[in-house]
Design a protein around this ligand. Structure first.
Ligand SMILES: CC(C)(C)CCc1c(C(=O)O)[nH]c(=O)[nH]c1=O
Length: 312
Protein backbone atom coordinates (compact mmCIF):
# COMPACT_ATOMS: atom_id res chain seq x y z
CA UNK A 1 0.00 0.00 0.00
CA UNK A 2 1.48 3.31 -1.11
CA UNK A 3 0.78 6.81 0.21
CA UNK A 4 3.03 8.44 -2.36
CA UNK A 5 1.71 11.33 -4.46
CA UNK A 6 2.62 13.58 -7.37
CA UNK A 7 2.47 17.38 -7.29
CA UNK A 8 3.73 19.90 -9.85
CA UNK A 9 5.21 17.00 -11.79
CA UNK A 10 7.30 15.82 -8.83
CA UNK A 11 6.81 12.57 -6.92
CA UNK A 12 6.73 12.58 -3.11
CA UNK A 13 7.09 9.33 -1.20
CA UNK A 14 4.41 10.48 1.26
CA UNK A 15 1.38 12.74 0.75
CA UNK A 16 1.80 14.38 4.16
CA UNK A 17 3.77 17.47 5.12
CA UNK A 18 3.64 20.40 7.58
CA UNK A 19 1.53 23.50 7.08
CA UNK A 20 3.52 26.73 6.66
CA UNK A 21 4.11 28.30 10.04
CA UNK A 22 4.29 25.02 11.97
CA UNK A 23 7.63 23.26 12.68
CA UNK A 24 9.39 25.35 10.05
CA UNK A 25 10.62 28.55 11.72
CA UNK A 26 14.33 27.66 11.94
CA UNK A 27 16.92 24.99 11.02
CA UNK A 28 16.25 23.07 14.26
CA UNK A 29 12.56 22.65 13.44
CA UNK A 30 13.17 22.01 9.73
CA UNK A 31 15.75 19.32 10.64
CA UNK A 32 13.01 17.57 12.65
CA UNK A 33 10.71 17.73 9.63
CA UNK A 34 13.51 16.29 7.46
CA UNK A 35 13.95 13.40 9.92
CA UNK A 36 10.21 12.67 10.03
CA UNK A 37 7.97 10.49 7.85
CA UNK A 38 6.64 13.61 6.09
CA UNK A 39 7.08 13.58 2.32
CA UNK A 40 8.66 17.03 2.45
CA UNK A 41 8.39 20.38 4.29
CA UNK A 42 7.36 23.97 3.62
CA UNK A 43 9.20 26.82 5.34
CA UNK A 44 7.59 29.51 7.48
CA UNK A 45 6.28 32.24 5.14
CA UNK A 46 9.38 34.34 4.46
CA UNK A 47 9.52 38.11 4.07
CA UNK A 48 12.26 40.35 2.64
CA UNK A 49 13.51 41.30 6.11
CA UNK A 50 13.59 39.04 9.17
CA UNK A 51 10.70 39.72 11.59
CA UNK A 52 10.32 39.09 15.31
CA UNK A 53 6.54 38.99 14.93
CA UNK A 54 3.86 39.98 17.43
CA UNK A 55 4.23 40.19 21.24
CA UNK A 56 3.43 37.02 23.19
CA UNK A 57 1.20 35.28 24.07
CA UNK A 58 0.46 34.96 20.35
CA UNK A 59 -0.44 31.23 20.08
CA UNK A 60 -2.80 29.12 22.18
CA UNK A 61 -3.63 25.45 21.82
CA UNK A 62 -7.26 24.79 22.76
CA UNK A 63 -9.09 21.49 23.31
CA UNK A 64 -10.52 21.62 19.79
CA UNK A 65 -7.70 23.38 17.95
CA UNK A 66 -5.71 26.60 18.13
CA UNK A 67 -5.76 30.36 17.82
CA UNK A 68 -2.76 32.43 16.64
CA UNK A 69 -1.70 35.91 15.74
CA UNK A 70 2.02 35.26 15.24
CA UNK A 71 2.61 38.28 13.02
CA UNK A 72 4.86 36.51 10.51
CA UNK A 73 7.94 35.91 12.69
CA UNK A 74 10.61 34.60 10.33
CA UNK A 75 14.36 34.78 9.65
CA UNK A 76 13.93 36.40 6.23
CA UNK A 77 14.03 34.70 2.83
CA UNK A 78 17.84 34.33 2.54
CA UNK A 79 17.93 32.18 5.69
CA UNK A 80 15.46 29.67 4.28
CA UNK A 81 17.01 29.67 0.81
CA UNK A 82 20.35 28.81 2.45
CA UNK A 83 18.76 26.00 4.47
CA UNK A 84 17.01 24.51 1.45
CA UNK A 85 20.17 24.86 -0.64
CA UNK A 86 21.99 22.72 1.96
CA UNK A 87 19.17 20.17 1.99
CA UNK A 88 19.14 19.95 -1.81
CA UNK A 89 22.70 18.64 -1.43
CA UNK A 90 22.37 16.71 1.86
CA UNK A 91 19.06 15.05 0.93
CA UNK A 92 18.84 15.23 -2.87
CA UNK A 93 15.95 13.79 -4.95
CA UNK A 94 13.50 15.54 -2.64
CA UNK A 95 11.52 18.66 -3.56
CA UNK A 96 11.05 21.36 -0.91
CA UNK A 97 8.49 24.14 -0.59
CA UNK A 98 9.40 27.78 0.06
CA UNK A 99 6.54 29.88 1.42
CA UNK A 100 6.72 33.64 0.80
CA UNK A 101 4.65 36.64 1.79
CA UNK A 102 5.09 40.11 0.36
CA UNK A 103 3.33 43.08 1.93
CA UNK A 104 2.61 44.40 -1.55
CA UNK A 105 3.01 43.33 -5.18
CA UNK A 106 6.49 44.84 -5.47
CA UNK A 107 7.67 42.83 -2.47
CA UNK A 108 6.25 39.67 -4.03
CA UNK A 109 8.29 40.45 -7.14
CA UNK A 110 11.44 41.06 -5.10
CA UNK A 111 11.00 37.81 -3.18
CA UNK A 112 10.56 35.87 -6.43
CA UNK A 113 13.61 37.58 -7.94
CA UNK A 114 15.67 36.43 -4.94
CA UNK A 115 14.44 32.87 -5.43
CA UNK A 116 15.23 32.99 -9.16
CA UNK A 117 18.75 34.23 -8.38
CA UNK A 118 19.32 31.34 -5.92
CA UNK A 119 19.87 27.62 -6.59
CA UNK A 120 16.38 26.84 -5.28
CA UNK A 121 14.88 23.95 -7.27
CA UNK A 122 11.67 23.43 -5.30
CA UNK A 123 8.13 24.74 -5.33
CA UNK A 124 7.00 28.22 -4.22
CA UNK A 125 3.91 28.66 -2.04
CA UNK A 126 2.74 32.28 -2.21
CA UNK A 127 0.72 33.11 0.90
CA UNK A 128 -2.24 35.22 -0.16
CA UNK A 129 -3.59 35.59 3.37
CA UNK A 130 -1.15 38.44 3.68
CA UNK A 131 -2.17 41.92 4.71
CA UNK A 132 -3.21 44.43 2.08
CA UNK A 133 -3.36 48.22 2.03
CA UNK A 134 -5.08 49.52 5.18
CA UNK A 135 -8.83 49.71 4.75
CA UNK A 136 -8.91 46.73 2.37
CA UNK A 137 -9.51 43.10 3.41
CA UNK A 138 -6.66 40.58 3.36
CA UNK A 139 -5.41 39.92 -0.17
CA UNK A 140 -7.23 36.58 -0.48
CA UNK A 141 -10.55 38.44 -0.07
CA UNK A 142 -9.65 41.22 -2.52
CA UNK A 143 -10.29 39.49 -5.85
CA UNK A 144 -9.05 42.30 -8.11
CA UNK A 145 -5.77 42.38 -6.19
CA UNK A 146 -5.42 38.58 -6.44
CA UNK A 147 -5.74 38.85 -10.23
CA UNK A 148 -3.24 41.74 -10.39
CA UNK A 149 -0.71 39.89 -8.22
CA UNK A 150 -0.96 36.62 -10.17
CA UNK A 151 -0.58 38.49 -13.47
CA UNK A 152 2.68 40.05 -12.21
CA UNK A 153 3.88 36.82 -10.56
CA UNK A 154 3.67 34.82 -13.78
CA UNK A 155 5.31 37.64 -15.75
CA UNK A 156 8.38 37.47 -13.50
CA UNK A 157 8.63 33.89 -12.17
CA UNK A 158 9.09 30.76 -14.30
CA UNK A 159 9.34 27.98 -11.69
CA UNK A 160 6.53 25.85 -10.18
CA UNK A 161 4.36 28.04 -7.94
CA UNK A 162 1.11 27.71 -6.05
CA UNK A 163 -0.91 29.88 -3.68
CA UNK A 164 -2.18 29.48 -0.08
CA UNK A 165 -5.75 30.72 0.17
CA UNK A 166 -7.89 31.78 3.12
CA UNK A 167 -11.17 29.87 3.52
CA UNK A 168 -14.22 31.06 1.56
CA UNK A 169 -17.78 30.66 2.83
CA UNK A 170 -19.94 31.59 -0.15
CA UNK A 171 -20.51 29.52 -3.32
CA UNK A 172 -20.31 32.67 -5.43
CA UNK A 173 -16.86 33.34 -3.99
CA UNK A 174 -15.74 29.83 -5.02
CA UNK A 175 -17.03 30.59 -8.54
CA UNK A 176 -15.40 34.04 -8.73
CA UNK A 177 -12.03 32.91 -7.37
CA UNK A 178 -11.92 29.80 -9.59
CA UNK A 179 -12.63 31.96 -12.65
CA UNK A 180 -9.62 34.12 -11.74
CA UNK A 181 -7.28 31.22 -10.87
CA UNK A 182 -8.08 29.27 -14.05
CA UNK A 183 -6.41 32.05 -16.05
CA UNK A 184 -2.98 31.24 -14.60
CA UNK A 185 -0.43 28.38 -14.85
CA UNK A 186 -0.63 27.63 -11.14
CA UNK A 187 0.92 24.36 -10.00
CA UNK A 188 -1.49 24.13 -7.07
CA UNK A 189 -3.92 25.90 -4.79
CA UNK A 190 -3.56 25.21 -1.06
CA UNK A 191 -6.93 25.29 0.71
CA UNK A 192 -7.08 26.55 3.50
CA UNK A 193 -5.30 28.96 5.78
CA UNK A 194 -6.72 29.53 9.27
CA UNK A 195 -10.16 31.11 9.68
CA UNK A 196 -9.25 34.73 10.25
CA UNK A 197 -10.03 36.79 13.31
CA UNK A 198 -11.60 34.28 15.64
CA UNK A 199 -11.79 34.95 19.39
CA UNK A 200 -11.00 32.45 22.18
CA UNK A 201 -11.62 33.75 25.69
CA UNK A 202 -10.95 32.68 29.27
CA UNK A 203 -14.25 32.99 31.15
CA UNK A 204 -12.55 32.50 34.55
CA UNK A 205 -10.41 35.61 34.16
CA UNK A 206 -12.80 37.26 31.71
CA UNK A 207 -9.94 38.02 29.35
CA UNK A 208 -8.83 37.15 25.84
CA UNK A 209 -6.09 34.49 25.53
CA UNK A 210 -3.63 36.05 23.05
CA UNK A 211 -2.12 39.54 23.25
CA UNK A 212 -2.08 40.86 19.63
CA UNK A 213 -5.19 42.38 18.03
CA UNK A 214 -7.19 42.42 21.30
CA UNK A 215 -7.22 38.63 21.22
CA UNK A 216 -8.38 38.16 17.62
CA UNK A 217 -6.51 35.45 15.73
CA UNK A 218 -6.52 32.71 13.09
CA UNK A 219 -8.43 29.57 14.03
CA UNK A 220 -7.09 26.09 13.28
CA UNK A 221 -7.89 22.51 14.26
CA UNK A 222 -11.25 20.70 14.59
CA UNK A 223 -13.16 23.98 14.11
CA UNK A 224 -11.61 24.30 10.66
CA UNK A 225 -12.13 20.84 9.11
CA UNK A 226 -15.62 21.16 7.55
CA UNK A 227 -14.63 24.48 5.99
CA UNK A 228 -11.29 23.08 4.79
CA UNK A 229 -12.93 20.04 3.16
CA UNK A 230 -15.51 22.27 1.46
CA UNK A 231 -12.83 24.57 0.04
CA UNK A 232 -10.73 21.61 -1.15
CA UNK A 233 -13.74 20.03 -2.89
CA UNK A 234 -15.16 23.28 -4.28
CA UNK A 235 -11.87 24.22 -5.97
CA UNK A 236 -11.25 20.60 -7.04
CA UNK A 237 -14.61 20.74 -8.87
CA UNK A 238 -13.96 24.19 -10.42
CA UNK A 239 -10.27 24.41 -11.31
CA UNK A 240 -8.75 23.10 -14.54
CA UNK A 241 -7.11 19.70 -13.90
CA UNK A 242 -3.58 21.13 -14.29
CA UNK A 243 -4.07 23.04 -11.02
CA UNK A 244 -3.82 20.50 -8.20
CA UNK A 245 -5.13 20.95 -4.65
CA UNK A 246 -3.21 20.83 -1.37
CA UNK A 247 -5.58 20.16 1.53
CA UNK A 248 -4.90 21.88 4.85
CA UNK A 249 -7.12 22.19 7.90
CA UNK A 250 -8.34 20.04 10.75
CA UNK A 251 -6.12 17.01 10.07
CA UNK A 252 -5.32 14.96 13.20
CA UNK A 253 -6.11 11.38 12.11
CA UNK A 254 -5.68 9.04 9.15
CA UNK A 255 -9.40 9.44 8.49
CA UNK A 256 -8.98 13.23 8.20
CA UNK A 257 -6.20 12.68 5.66
CA UNK A 258 -8.42 10.21 3.77
CA UNK A 259 -11.26 12.75 3.70
CA UNK A 260 -9.05 15.51 2.26
CA UNK A 261 -7.80 13.14 -0.46
CA UNK A 262 -11.35 11.97 -1.20
CA UNK A 263 -12.38 15.64 -1.62
CA UNK A 264 -9.64 16.07 -4.24
CA UNK A 265 -6.39 16.93 -2.46
CA UNK A 266 -3.11 15.59 -3.91
CA UNK A 267 -1.07 16.54 -0.83
CA UNK A 268 -2.23 17.06 2.78
CA UNK A 269 -0.67 19.52 5.24
CA UNK A 270 -0.87 19.34 9.02
CA UNK A 271 -0.72 22.42 11.27
CA UNK A 272 -2.40 22.54 14.68
CA UNK A 273 -2.10 18.78 15.37
CA UNK A 274 1.58 18.82 14.36
CA UNK A 275 2.18 21.71 16.76
CA UNK A 276 0.59 19.64 19.56
CA UNK A 277 2.01 16.18 18.79
CA UNK A 278 5.33 16.91 17.07
CA UNK A 279 6.75 15.34 13.89
CA UNK A 280 6.12 11.76 15.06
CA UNK A 281 2.51 12.51 14.10
CA UNK A 282 3.50 11.70 10.51
CA UNK A 283 4.23 8.08 11.50
CA UNK A 284 0.79 7.79 13.09
CA UNK A 285 -1.12 9.53 10.29
CA UNK A 286 0.62 7.43 7.62
CA UNK A 287 -0.12 4.17 9.48
CA UNK A 288 -3.76 5.13 10.08
CA UNK A 289 -4.23 6.13 6.42
CA UNK A 290 -2.73 2.83 5.24
CA UNK A 291 -5.08 0.89 7.54
CA UNK A 292 -8.10 2.70 6.07
CA UNK A 293 -6.86 2.10 2.53
CA UNK A 294 -6.31 -1.60 3.28
CA UNK A 295 -9.79 -1.98 4.79
CA UNK A 296 -11.26 -0.42 1.64
CA UNK A 297 -9.14 -2.44 -0.78
CA UNK A 298 -7.15 0.57 -2.08
CA UNK A 299 -3.44 0.23 -2.85
CA UNK A 300 -2.68 3.76 -3.97
CA UNK A 301 -4.12 7.25 -3.53
CA UNK A 302 -5.24 7.43 -7.16
CA UNK A 303 -7.74 4.65 -6.38
CA UNK A 304 -9.96 7.07 -4.45
CA UNK A 305 -8.58 10.60 -4.87
CA UNK A 306 -11.32 13.11 -5.67
CA UNK A 307 -13.93 10.31 -5.79
CA UNK A 308 -16.26 11.82 -3.19
CA UNK A 309 -19.77 10.73 -4.10
CA UNK A 310 -22.79 13.07 -4.06
CA UNK A 311 -26.33 11.95 -3.26
CA UNK A 312 -28.04 12.02 -6.65
C1 LIG B 1 -1.70 36.49 9.05
C2 LIG B 1 -0.42 37.04 8.44
C3 LIG B 1 0.50 37.53 9.54
C4 LIG B 1 -0.81 38.20 7.57
C5 LIG B 1 0.24 35.97 7.54
C6 LIG B 1 0.97 34.85 8.28
C7 LIG B 1 0.04 33.91 8.97
C8 LIG B 1 0.03 33.78 10.35
C9 LIG B 1 0.90 34.60 11.25
O1 LIG B 1 2.15 34.60 11.05
O2 LIG B 1 0.31 35.23 12.15
N1 LIG B 1 -0.82 32.91 10.97
C10 LIG B 1 -1.70 32.13 10.24
O3 LIG B 1 -2.49 31.33 10.81
N2 LIG B 1 -1.70 32.23 8.89
C11 LIG B 1 -0.87 33.09 8.22
O4 LIG B 1 -0.93 33.13 6.97
Amino acid sequence: ISTKTTLAGFEFDNCLMNAAGVYCYDAAELDQMQASKAGTFVTKSATLQARTGNPEPRYLATPLGSINSMGLPNHGLPYYLDYVSQQQIAVPNKIYFQSITGFNIDEDEQLLAQITASDFKGIVELNLSCPNVPGKPQTGYDFETVERILTRVFEVYQGPLGIKLPPYFDIVHFDQMAAILNQFPLAFVNCVNSIGNGLFIDAATETVTIKPKNGFGGIGGDYLKPTALANVHAFYQRLKPEIQIIGTGGVKSGQDVFEHLLCGASMVQVGTALQKEGPLIFDRLTAELKTIMQQKGYTQIADFQGQLKHLD
